[in-house]
Design a protein around this ligand. Structure first.
Ligand SMILES: Cc1ncc(COP(=O)(O)O)c(C=O)c1O
Length: 382
């Protein structure tokens, strides 16, 4: 007989949405609270914990508790998008501080940092995530306030050693923030590796069904910065609504099983096309050939994820043609949903984009690996 466990696994808690059975009705699915305001009793004290939905609300708070549990943080805050979460974090920075971010990262978040720099609000340097030494060279002890990591990073899937980045950041007196959108909790928990703040575009894997836009911040500490993030969300109003929070709760109940399957299928696809006659290269952290494989093996304990890129053996037009000829893959941006997506990344990024012209970004969904491979074969072969 095995001893009873004191604490259920995160997978169990996520599947049961923290096990909140409605006491009045017995419903096993949480109700949606759409109220924007919350009543007071005869003594004028609040009946519940909430005042007004821009500040906090029950369904949003439930989703936040699940995310905080998944990432092992003191709390989570949900926003109307991943970008709203990211900009709330940068809003906590004192004017003129130094920020260090990766050369390769989600381009809109990078655009935001460039904008802050152009406005003189921050000093900014970029490092090469594939060469951690460049991070050490970039940080300015006493001046750097935020070191940013995105791992694996869009769209080359560079892998950064989070524990190493935390050490470098902390030695310089900075905090470490990690965009873990493509490596959610089933595979990586940045806070346990020393990060101070985790950011997710919950639009992606956390929700997983391409039917809502949301973002989350999770904090390691209940400190002044965390209180400030709550204040900023309340002041700027970028909070998530109750319906979206409910959809997100539903999505997160299947996060572990979706992520495991997407990782497995992505690895099968990556292995199939590595060395393929029509393919110049495959970028996937799960391949031994990927420069970040050794760190990924250590850091991505629950699979290498569903994101990979294929470098077509051809030019801009050849790659773009492939993206228009798939039948199973949907040609669309975004990632982490149940349907597989293909995207010619260079076509949609800003003119300064350094993404290879022959790169196709693939988000693997839940279709059969056989159908996905056959679809790419026919699109490459045409
Ligand atoms: C890695 C990453 N971070 C952040 C974001 C921004 O999230 P959202 O679109 O929810 O604002 C995205 C969106 O594609 C992303 O891929």
């Amino acid at each position: 007989m095995t001893a009873a466990k004191n604490h259920p696994d995160a997978e169990t808690l996520a599947a049961q949405a923290l096990g909140r059975i409605d006491r009045e009705t017995g419903a096993v699915v949480p109700a949606i609270h759409s109220a924007t305001t919350f009543a007071r009793g005869e003594d004028y004290a609040l009946i519940g914990e909430h005042i007004y939905s821009r500040n906090s609300a029950p369904t949003v708070a439930h989703a936040e508790e699940i995310i905080a549990m998944l990432d092992g943080g003191v709390g989570a805050k949900l926003f109307g998008s991943g970008m709203a979460a990211f900009t709330a974090l940068t809003e906590t920075l004192a004017p003129g501080v130094h920020v260090v971010a990766p050369e390769v990262m989600y381009y809109t978040a990078q655009d935001w940092l460039r904008r802050l720099k152009a406005q003189g609000r921050i000093d900014l340097d970029f490092y090469d995530q594939s060469n951690p030494e460049t991070l050490k060279e970039c940080v300015k002890p006493g001046e750097t306030a935020l070191v940013w990591v995105e791992t694996p990073a869009n769209p080359t899937w560079d892998v950064m050693d989070i524990a190493l980045a935390a050490e470098v950041a902390h030695r310089a007196g900075a905090i470490l923030g990690v965009d873990s959108t493509c490596a959610p909790a089933p595979t990586t928990q940045p806070l346990s590796l020393g990060a101070d703040i985790v950011m997710h575009s919950a639009t992606k894997y956390l929700n997983g069904h391409s039917d809502l836009t949301a973002g989350a911040l999770v904090s390691a500490k209940d400190d002044a910065r965390w209180a400030d993030i709550h204040t900023i969300r309340n002041l700027t109003g970028g909070v998530l609504g109750g319906f979206e929070a409910w959809l997100l709760i539903r999505g997160m109940r299947t996060l572990f099983v979706r992520f495991a399957r997407q990782s497995e299928t992505a690895l099968t696809i990556a292995r199939h096309f590595e060395g393929h006659a029509k393919v110049a290269g495959v970028l996937y952290p799960g391949l031994e050939s990927h420069p970040g494989h050794a760190v990924a093996k250590r850091q991505m304990t629950g699979g290498f994820g569903g994101m990979l890129s294929i470098l077509v053996d051809g030019d801009f037009d050849a790659a773009l043609r492939v993206a228009t000829r798939t039948n199973v893959f949907v040609p669309a941006t975004s990632l982490g949903g149940v349907e597989s997506l293909i995207e010619h990344r260079r076509s949609i990024e800003s003119p300064e984009s350094t993404v290879p012209a022959n790169l196709l970004r693939i988000s693997v969904g839940l279709e059969s690996a056989g159908d996905l491979i056959a679809d790419l074969e026919q699109a490459l072969g045409l």
